[in-house]
Design a protein around this ligand. Structure first.
Ligand SMILES: [Zn+2]
Length: 151
């Protein structure tokens, strides 16, 4: 009998090459590799397709991984200046941030409806490697600003 592979997390992220380092930084900051491991799903807009007409297709990918690896957490990583959101070069950061928060919440609600026992964490990641957790506690931007103030 083959050993059953277990992975704790599913990380959903946008494939935008500018953000590889920033996403990897977040994954390392939380040590997901050692803390139960993670599977990676990469599709444009991260939370965005879960809020659109093709949501079933993307939800199906999460369900397939869950069946195979028994994942108990889904982390959705949006990023600012996202082309899939039509935001590349957009001027208003507050409005941009709000759209991601709305979309991430909608995506999380959908995942929770289909898999009620799963934990969903939602992040907005910035190109400089900072990130903010939506409705959560992790906020490296705040932390970094605090460190700067304390200096
Ligand atoms: Zn993107």
């Amino acid at each position: 009998m083959p050993t059953q592979v277990r992975m704790k997390h599913i990380v959903v992220r946008c494939p935008d090459g500018r953000f590889h380092g920033a996403f990897q930084g977040l994954i390392e900051e939380f040590n997901l590799e050692k803390e139960g491991g993670y599977d990676l799903l990469s599709w444009p807009g991260a939370s965005l397709p879960l809020c659109g007409p093709a949501r079933e297709v993307f939800l199906g990918q999460i369900e397939t991984l869950r069946r195979l690896h028994g994942n108990s957490e889904v982390w959705v990583l949006d990023h600012d200046d996202c082309g899939a959101f039509g935001q590349e070069g957009e001027a208003d950061p507050a409005e941009e941030h709000q759209r991601h928060a709305d979309c991430l919440r909608q995506a999380a609600a959908l995942i929770s409806t289909v898999c009620p026992e799963i934990i969903v964490r939602k992040f907005l990641v910035f190109e400089d490697g900072c990130f903010q957790e939506i409705d959560g506690v992790a906020d490296s931007k705040e932390k970094r600003q605090l460190q700067l103030q304390l200096r």
